[in-house]
Design a protein around this ligand. Structure first.
Ligand code: SAM
Ligand code: SF4
Length: 327
């Protein structure tokens, strides 16, 4: 098992498949993009599957979420999903994506064994989408969402980040739209993980504000069970529909965190906000056995800090931005 000194057990693995992206969300990447990882630095498809296999068969991981960057840009994605679905015990497999290209690939992903998707969409207005992502692709995301639902990649969850003065007036409209389309909406507080290091706590739209805005149109009652899920959930108008808020900054969930993370270049991170990583790629390429790799992974997780420390005066944003960690 991947246990840490605070007794938490990591069963949920986030695997970043690329640091590249076809959008440039302002809270994530600068307009000109970033210096991408060179091909030899990236794990190959075989290496990704081998590490997922170690996590599942040796370390008790039961959930695998593929992310990035934009994971749909990874040419071998369908094959990776297929091979991970063939592992025993079979992990649950999901994907976090901006949805561009999903209309084309949803069926193949479903057939390969993908269970469900999280699609990120911050606005219902194409012109606001263009400002937020610096690309004119709103219709592609909507088409991707439609395809995900039609293909049965359920439940389809939608992640939205609200930016003050840009789309923060849209919270109730987004929820109304999500309810009508049977998507489970979750708002994410903006975190200090942008490549530009421009995050300001005072600018962030907080969970309290989001709930206040939603409360003006909907009756929200807390959903009792949270478990290790980062989203706190509320029943909407008595349920069964729900809305979630992932308040990593103002209501952190570190005490129940069950995540372990693998970057596209084969580094284990015990937290989004970690400043240290453990290199599995070098071990892998030097002929390490599954047991050796499992041992390195266990050691990497053992020292996980009690909390991300966003409120500590000593907090320093990690060098890797969200897109290179895998959100
Ligand atoms: N490209 C894919 C996508 O956008 O869904 C997957 C990677 S992206 C880094 C994963 C999630 O992180 C998205 O829902 C995105 O909105 C969110 N995200 C990115 N930067 C963020 C930030 N600074 N604060 C909060 N969420 C952020
Ligand atoms: Fe790309 Fe996702 Fe970052 Fe947006 S949030 S720039 S879609 S990686």
């Amino acid at each position: 098992m991947l246990i840490d000194t605070h007794g938490r057990i990591a069963r949920d693995l986030r695997v970043s498949l690329t640091d590249r992206c076809n959008l440039r969300c302002t809270y994530c990447m600068p307009e000109e993009g970033l210096r991408w990882l060179a091909k030899p630095e990236l794990l190959t498809d075989d290496e990704v599957v081998r590490l997922v296999s170690v996590a599942v068969t040796e370390l008790g991981v039961t959930e695998v979420r593929f992310t990035g960057g934009e994971p749909l840009l990874r040419p071998g994605l369908v094959g990776i999903v297929e091979r991970c679905a063939a592992l025993a015990p079979r992990p649950r497999l999901s994907l976090t994506t901006n949805g561009i290209g999903l209309a084309r690939t949803a069926e193949a992903l479903r057939a390969a064994g993908l269970d469900r998707v999280n699609v990120s969409l911050d606005t219902l207005r194409p012109e606001v989408f263009r400002i937020l992502t610096r690309r004119d692709r709103h219709h592609d995301v909507i088409a991707g969402l439609d395809a995900a639902r039609a293909t049965g990649l359920l439940p389809v969850k939608v992640n939205s980040v609200l930016m003050r003065g840009v789309n923060d007036d849209e919270a109730p409209d987004l929820l109304d739209w999500a309810l009508r389309h049977d998507y489970e909406l979750r708002f994410i507080e903006q975190m200090p993980l942008d490549a530009q290091h421009g995050w300001q706590r005072g600018d962030m739209v907080t969970a309290a504000e989001i709930l206040e805005r939603l409360g003006a149109r909907f009756a929200l009652t807390p959903d009792a069970v949270r478990g290790s899920a980062p989203a706190e959930r509320w029943l909407v108008d008595g349920g069964p529909a729900r809305v979630g808020v992932i308040a990593s900054v103002t209501r952190p969930f570190c005490r129940a965190c069950d995540r372990t993370r693998l970057t596209a270049d084969g580094q284990v991170r015990d937290c989004l906000f970690a400043r240290e990583e453990s290199d599995l790629r070098t071990a892998l390429r030097s002929g390490a056995s599954d047991q050796d790799i499992a041992g390195l992974w266990r050691t990497a997780m053992w020292g996980k800090k009690a909390g991300a420390g966003l409120d500590d005066a000593s907090f320093v944003q990690p060098e890797r931005p969200m897109s290179a960690i895998g959100g």
